[in-house]
Design a protein around this ligand. Structure first.
Ligand code: TYM
Length: 329
């Protein structure tokens, strides 16, 4: 049995990228492994420092997480800020993390470009906190989308460095987990880049049918193929990619063949994609609504999760303190 840790920032509603990148196999995963699923509310402060919606966002993501099939009686689901052992490990890992390597992380450079007026130290040490999240449970597996590969690479580096520095094999080097499939990057509907929470290019698990249809019908396309079998242009390739996740293989094949034959009508493609997305999202959305209305249930889930997560985390932290050389007087 492997130990799995999965995290998600509480910076807004979850979208299809989150779902297919990290959450879709939860139901199965939790029965085959020891799973820790958490909400990275501390991480959200690196980009969203406002207190006004912090709690609401956490509650929403918690309900969405659960709606994706997590059973809190089987897996452990908790808030990062409920487990102080994580921040202790973060501090200790900061002593073996180097400024240069953190500055070179692609995700850091990207964030600096996105928010030049708020290049806080939390942003720089984001991967250190993420490494602490993962190795606090001595995880071997981390379900993530493609964009998180650099963070996993650096997590392995810290685990290895800790082991070498203290002459121990204490921490495993965790690997990404996608059930043998390649790591996923779900594109946005704007013709470029990946689907994101704040890029305005996403389909959210909480979107209603009308919103989904409207978003898909507005998705960026081009003027259409002009030669048979030409290379599929970026915005259309993106629509095909999304389709591969929510539509029948026969449907994807049908539209790809039409593209190759230059007979494709983007309006038809979008209508079909919109309907398939509606069928996919609707049951999840309904489940989110039911769960998020039940505050008592959410409270119980979080309390129980905190207990179980701290049990595992405090064991690791006391071992780590001993390995580093802290001794009781
Ligand atoms: P976050 O909240 O940005 O994303 C959560 C998960 O969703 C995946 N994801 C995507 N996958 C495919 N296509 C997309 N367009 C897409 N957008 C998002 C992400 O890869 C991620 O798996 N740093 C993490 C949060 C975190 C974490 C952790 C994750 C903190 N500590 C420990 C795992 C383990 C993040 O930014 O998540």
């Amino acid at each position: 049995m492997e130990i799995v840790v999965s995290g998600i920032r509480s910076t807004g509603n979850l979208h299809l990228g989150n779902y297919f990148g990290a959450l879709r196999n939860f139901t199965r995963m939790q029965h085959e492994n020891k799973c820790f699923f958490f909400i990275a509310d501390y991480h959200s402060l690196t980009t969203h420092p406002t207190p006004s919606n912090l709690h609401e966002n956490v509650r929403q993501v918690l309900a969405e997480y659960l709606a994706c099939g997590i059973d809190p009686d089987v897996a452990t689901i908790y808030l990062q800020s409920d487990v102080p052992e994580v921040t202790e490990l973060y501090l200790l890992l900061n002593m073996i993390a180097y400024k240069g390597e953190l500055e070179r992380t692609t995700t850091f450079k990207e964030k600096v470009r996105n928010q030049p007026d708020n290049v806080n130290a939390g942003l720089l040490t984001y991967p250190v906190l993420m490494a602490a999240d993962i190795i606090i449970h001595k995880a071997n597996r981390v379900p993530v989308g493609k964009d998180q590969e650099p963070h996993l690479e650096i997590t392995r580096k810290f685990a290895r460095r800790f082991n070498n520095m203290y002459g121990t094999g204490f921490f495993p080097e965790p690997e990404a987990y996608n059930f043998g499939e390649k790591l996923v990057k779900i594109p946005g509907l704007d013709g470029t880049g990946k689907m994101g929470k704040s890029e305005g290019n996403g389909i959210f698990l909480s979107d209603d049918d009308k919103t989904i249809r409207k978003k898909v019908m507005r998705a960026v396309t081009d003027s259409g193929p002009t030669e048979p079998d030409q290379k599929v242009a970026e915005p259309i390739k993106n629509l095909f990619t999304i389709m591969q996740f929510v539509s029948d293989p026969a449907t994807v094949k049908h539209f790809k063949e039409q593209y190759a034959a230059c007979t494709i009508r983007y309006g038809d493609l979008k209508k079909q994609l919109a309907e398939d997305l509606v069928s996919f999202v609707a049951p999840i959305r309904e489940s989110i609504a039911g769960i998020s209305a039940d505050r008592d249930y959410l409270r119980k889930v979080v309390r129980r999760g905190e207990e179980k997560a701290r049990e595992s985390a405090s064991k690791t932290i006391s071992d780590v303190r001993r390995i580093i050389g802290f001794k009781p007087f």
